[in-house]
Ligand binder design. Sequence first.
Ligand code: ZN
Ligand code: ZN
Length: 355
Amino acid sequence: MTTRAWAARAADRPLAPFSLTRRDLGPTDVALDILYCGVCHSDLHQARDEWKNTVYPCVPGHEIVGRVTAVGAEVSRFAAGDHAAVGCMVDSCRTCASCERGEEQYCEATPVMTYNGEDRHLGGTTFGGYSERVVVDEAFALRLAAPSDPKELAAVAPLVCAGITTWAPLKRHDVGPGTKVGVVGLGGLGHMAVKFASALGAHVVVLTTSPGKADAARALGAHEVVVSTDAAAMEERAGTLDFVLDTVSARHDVNAGLNLLRLDGTYCLVGAPEDPLPVEAFQLINPRRRFVGSLIGGVAETQEMLDFCAERGITADVEVIPIQEIEAAYARMLKGDVRYRFVIDLASLREEAPA
Ligand SMILES: [Zn+2]
Ligand SMILES: [Zn+2]
C-alpha cells in the first residue's frame, strides 16, 4: 500500500516528503495507522549516516504507537481498533539461542531493525515510523492499554526505545528497594531511568554536569542530585552506589562514576559515544567492580515494561511536534534542548498536500 512518509535522501540533505510501499497484510501481520512516533537520537545518527551504514532513502522512527486497522487471518493477540506499539525491531531469526530466550535484540543472525534493516518481505530496506502506517508481524507488535484520550499515546511512544533501553538493565541488575542507583545524564534515556528506578523502589542519585537540572531531576523522582564536576560532592559519595546507569552518548569521563560504586557494584552503559571511553584499570580492580552494557530489550520484556507503565501511570515527558519541524527538533536535540523527548504527531503528515 502506498504510504506517505518523510525520508533522508543523503547524509547532508534535510528530511523531506517521500512515498513508500507497505506490504500486503500476511496471515500473521498487523496493520497500524501510526498516530505518534518518538524522535530518538539514533534517528539523527542514521539519517546523517554517522554510523556509516545508512541506506538511502532512509525513513527513521522506532518509537511507534498507533491504531490497528486490520489483522491477518492467523493473528490472535490484536483486533482492529486496538492500540499497539512497534519498537526498534520488526523481526529476528526466531530460532537461535538468543531468540529462544526471548532476547531477540541479540539475535545471532541480526534482528531486523524497524528502519534501515533488511526487508525480508519486499526486499530493500525497512522504513520506520516517520510515516502514515506500518505493517508488522504480530510477534513484534506490542499491546497497549486503551487510552482514555488517544493524545495520551504521544507520551507512551518513547517507552518502546528510551523506556526499554533503561528498564532492561535496571531489572537485569536487580534494582529495587534497598538499592542505590546512579543515573548519569538526564536526557531522553536518563529521564526514563530516573522514573523507573524510583518506581522500582530504589534510592536514585542523578549525576549531571548541569546544576540547573536539579529541580527537574527531583520532579522526575530523584532523591539526590550531584553535579559531577563538584569534586567534594563526588568524593563524599565514593563507594556508596550499587549500580550506575550511564545514558550519555557524548564523550565523557566514566571513571568519576565508577568511583562511586561499592564492592561488586556495576556500571552499565546504554549511551553510545562514538569514541572509545578510557577506563582506569584500578577503578575496576579495587574494589572489584563490573563494567557492562545493555541493548534495548526483548519483545516479552518490552511488553512487561509497557504493562508496568500502564499500571503505574508512567509515561515519558514529551514535546509534540509536526513532522515539518523535524530538522529544527534535531538541531535542538543536539543542543540538549528538549524535555525530554520530541514526538511527531503523524496527523501533520496526513494533513500535508500530496507530494
Ligand atoms: Zn531509539
Ligand atoms: Zn535469532
